[in-house]
Design a protein around this ligand. Structure first.
Ligand SMILES: *Cc1c(COP(=O)(O)O)cnc(C)c1O
Length: 496
């Protein structure tokens, strides 16, 4: 068994090994799990020519233990080497003077696939290692992308079941169609009359319910979550930072050991935090440029040190970044402060007053590494249009925020360091906004997919081709008050 242990950012969880950390998902003190060991310094030269699967194996093994390398390789092969992704997994393109790492080439055309195609294998592996004979039932509340990526990831994975709850009127037609046409023997998709918060709080309630716990025990089932607070979603994301960097080295765009910047369209901050871990493992990253939409709470935090959630919530044309409580920021504060008492105080203030402010020495430290900025909705559309006209590269609305914020940064700081923007969605996932950006006209989402393809010649990703013609397999819609009942029902069916 590995001696690599995980502890909570709030300091009151006994250390867990990798498998328990994956299965438990969150600290029982409410904090997030973080590595409690010196991160391994990677030898860049040794990683330079590795395939994605081999690089993932090298990096992920650092979080589990050297003697598990062959088993980790098998899991990585299943996730990234079995045809779910293209050969190079994360293609790196160029748009003008920046590089764009496409994290959206997976089975649902969204960046969530990078982690959610591996997490299910981590889960079954951990169950096996722990001699756990129960089945896992994954519960997920989704506002769109996570639900579909989790369904694809867990589809037909042995020993697992997954039930996804989405707000019937709170996801885009494309996102809904992706979910209700989901195939697989172990999947269940349920619409709810209510909003995302209703779905999320019912799912959280399910984890606390004594009645469900008893029912689970009786049926040899075990509840878990595919939420981005799980460390098992973070670790796979460290890999593509190294991989995108090495792609540029191999293409002679940068020298080995040359420092680069990364720009990250951010919401829950998991994507960016994986980069912070990559840097700690020796990847030469100079700056992280954190990009937000009109829900610009992260921009304010990085500029002032104040995290103030007492503000209006906006629904924007980059909906995957519409978020006010950015969970993974807690991990950053912990990693930079190395002080769980401090984190506990901040989080208590956030819970009670909706705001906290970090100490000035901590802010100074954070600001040496991070810059932040945001775009409003009109600027997002302008950026999509300008980038396409100037460079021929078609951005989705989320990635456009990264691109636009980077351009502002470049102008303000005259930093000529080579920069990689992480592209988090295919432009076709938000085709109506992209079409509006290009043509200044409205079309329905499906018409927009065709029209954008006509106009730009960019190929429609396979997961979205003829999506509207696929058979609807999940029609159940329930009231939000019936969620717990629906979960009980499912648990009873599983063990039949
Ligand atoms: C989830 C998501 C993000 C935000 O990523 P975080 O890791 O939550 O910061 C950005 N863009 C898209 C398209 C996403 O699905």
């Amino acid at each position: 068994m590995s001696d690599k242990k995980y502890i909570s950012t709030r300091g009151q969880q006994r250390p867990l090994d990798f498998y328990d950390a994956i299965l438990q998902g969150i600290g029982n003190d409410g904090g997030l799990l973080v590595p409690n060991f010196e991160l391994e310094q990677k030898d860049l030269k040794a990683l330079q020519h590795l395939s994605y699967v081999d690089m993932a194996t090298e990096i992920i093994t650092s979080f589990v233990g050297e003697n598990e390398k062959e088993e980790i390789r098998e899991l990585c092969q299943k996730a990234y080497g079995n045809g779910l992704f293209p050969q190079e997994v994360v293609p790196v393109k160029q748009a003008g003077d920046v590089y764009i790492a496409e994290l959206f080439q997976g089975p649902t055309a969204a960046f969530k696939d990078m982690a959610l195609s591996l997490l299910p294998h981590f889960m079954t592996y951990s169950l096996k290692k722990k001699g756990e004979e129960r089945k896992v039932m994954i519960l997920a509340a989704t506002s769109g992308d996570t639900g579909k990526a989790a369904l694809e990831g867990f589809k037909d994975v042995e020993g697992t079941y997954i039930q996804v709850f989405y707000p019937e009127d709170g996801v885009s037609p494309i996102q809904k169609q992706q979910m209700v046409t989901q195939t697989g023997q172990n999947v269940d998709v349920v619409g709810i009359q209510g909003n995302f918060d209703d779905a999320q709080s019912a799912v959280k309630q399910a984890f606390q319910s004594k009645e469900l716990k008893d029912l689970c025990d009786q049926h040899h089932v075990f509840l878990s979550s595919a939420n981005s607070i799980n460390i098992g979603r973070l670790i796979p994301q460290v890999v593509y930072y190294f991989y995108a960097y090495m792609t540029l080295v191999n293409e002679k765009k940068i020298a080995l050991n040359e420092a680069v910047n990364f720009t990250i369209p951010s919401g829950n901050f998991g994507n960016c935090l994986a980069g912070v871990i990559a840097k700690k493992m020796g990847l030469p990253i100079q700056k992280f440029i954190v990009a937000s939409n009109k829900n610009n709470i992260l921009t304010d935090f990085f500029r002032t040190g104040r995290y103030d959630a007492r503000r209006d919530f906006y629904k924007t044309n980059a909906p995957a970044m519409d978020i006010l409580v950015s969970s993974n920021l807690e991990r950053l504060v912990y990693m930079m402060a190395q002080d769980s008492q401090k984190v506990r105080n901040y989080m208590e203030q956030l819970n009670q007053q909706g705001v906290y402010e970090i100490s000035s020495d901590l802010l100074e430290k954070i600001q040496t590494l991070f810059k932040a900025g945001w775009l409003d909705e009109d600027e997002v559309l302008e950026t999509v249009k300008n980038c396409f006209e100037e460079t021929g590269y078609l951005l989705d609305t989320h990635t456009a925020i990264g691109y636009g914020v980077y351009k502002e940064y470049q102008k303000a700081f005259r930093d000529s360091t080579k920069t990689i923007i992480l592209a988090t969605a295919s432009p076709y996932k938000f085709a109506d906004s992209v079409y509006q950006a290009l043509e200044n006209k409205d079309l329905s989402e499906y018409e927009a997919i065709e029209a954008v393809c006509q106009k730009t010649g960019v190929a429609i990703p396979k997961p979205l081709v003829a999506l509207d013609q696929r058979e609807v397999l999940h029609q159940q819609v329930i009231d939000k008050s019936e969620i717990i009942d629906a979960i009980s029902q499912k648990i009873k069916e599983i063990s039949l």
